[in-house]
Every structure is written in C-alpha cells, then in structure tokens.
Design a binder for this molecule. Structure first.
Ligand code: GLN
Length: 201
C-alpha cells in the first residue's frame, strides 16, 4: 500500500480523534498549523469544532489562502461538521467575519439540526461505505441545504443531506472520528492514495 501523509488542521476542534482514526486507516497522520506543514501533506482533514473560530484562526495563522490554493489544486480534503462548513462554497447564515475555504459546490446551514435537537446519534447509510450503516454522531450539526450539479450526495438523514463528495473533497455533518468505526476515514485515505497514485503516473 502507498504510504500517504494526511494532515489534520489543528487550530481548534477534535484534532486528536482524527489523528487516531487516520492512523487506524493506515495513513501517517500529522497536525497542520503552518503553511509549511500544509505544503507537505497528501490530504487534509478539517475537524469538527466551531467553524467561526476555525475560520478566524485560519486567517490569523496565514492559512486561509494556502488552504484555498491547495484545495483548488485538487488536494484531497475531508471535513466533519465544522469542517463541512469550512468546505462549503456558501454558508446560509455566516457569522460576521466568517469565511470558508470552499471546494464543495453546496450551500450549508449551520446548527441546522441543533435547533431541533442539540445532539443525537442515528444510523446513516453512506454510499461507498460497505457493511452496516455508520453510527452518525451529530453535535449541533449542519446540514446541506442544496448542492450544485457536480456534487454527489452520499447520505441523507431525515430528508436532509448529511454527506457529500465533489471530486477530491468529502464532507459529513456528523463525526465518524468519535465512534471507533474507521470506515469513513478508510474511504478518505483511499481517496488520498488514489490521488497520490494518479499524480505519480
Ligand atoms: N460539532 C461541530 O463541529 C459543530 C459545528 C458548529 N455548530 C459550527 O457551526 O461550527
């Protein structure tokens, strides 16, 4: 198997849980806080946490533009919850000063499930993940309000889109890193490995 380095954007949020899940998916996992560290990874996870804080810290650390450039250039990325919000081309209700990296043609509504139910778990069937449904942990989770033509819907919960993929960018409203089931991280690590293999042809 090709060895790939997958970074976790380590500004705020559940970084450690993603590092563990990525290692379980046979990737070399590293924290990313600086542009030089971003330059070295084959893929990147943007964790769950608080998207406004992650956005502001990314600007402060000089990472926002390098992140946009690498994602535009096809870097495989996976965002969970706040990370999904960071990957949205558009947020329905941004806080002031909240920017996104973008990369997925979708409109995301922040805290969408939160108003109904702060936090819950539900079984989610994800396209591309074989076997039993994944245990979806939703914590003040966003949902995807609408997607563009190039964005594939991978999962829905309660009639709302909760997992999507566009090219090398993957996003889920929920947190597979909190469950001990590493299949979604496995799917992402496979995307990173496939991209590496393509690039070295
Ligand atoms: N668990 C999460 O990542 C919550 C996301 C948070 N509600 C936000 O808007 O950023």
């Amino acid at each position: 198997m090709v060895t790939v380095i997958i970074g976790v954007l380590a500004l705020q949020g559940d970084v450690r849980e993603h590092l563990v899940a990525l290692a379980a998916a046979d990737a070399v996992a590293r924290e990313v806080r600086r542009p030089e560290e971003l330059a070295e990874v084959d893929g990147l996870v943007i964790p769950g946490g608080e998207s406004t804080t992650i956005s502001k810290l990314a600007v402060l650390f000089g990472l926002m533009e390098p992140l946009r450039a690498r994602v535009r250039d096809g870097l495989p990325v996976y965002g969970t919850c706040a990370g999904m919000i960071m990957l949205a081309d558009k947020i329905l209700d941004p806080r002031s000063g909240q920017e996104t990296v973008g990369g997925i043609d979708m409109i995301v509504r922040r805290n969408a499930f939160g108003r109904q139910n702060e936090s819950f778990e539900a079984a989610v069937d994800i396209k591309g993940v074989t076997g039993d449904p994944v245990e979806g942990v939703f914590i003040r989770a966003p949902w995807v309000e609408s997607v563009g033509a190039g964005t594939e819907v991978l999962a829905e919960h309660d009639g709302h889109v909760v997992a999507v993929r566009q090219g090398n960018a993957l996003a889920t409203s929920f947190h597979p890193e909190l469950t001990g089931d590493h299949r979604v991280h496995g799917l992402f690590a496979d995307m990173v490995r496939a991209n590496r293999a393509r690039r070295s042809l």
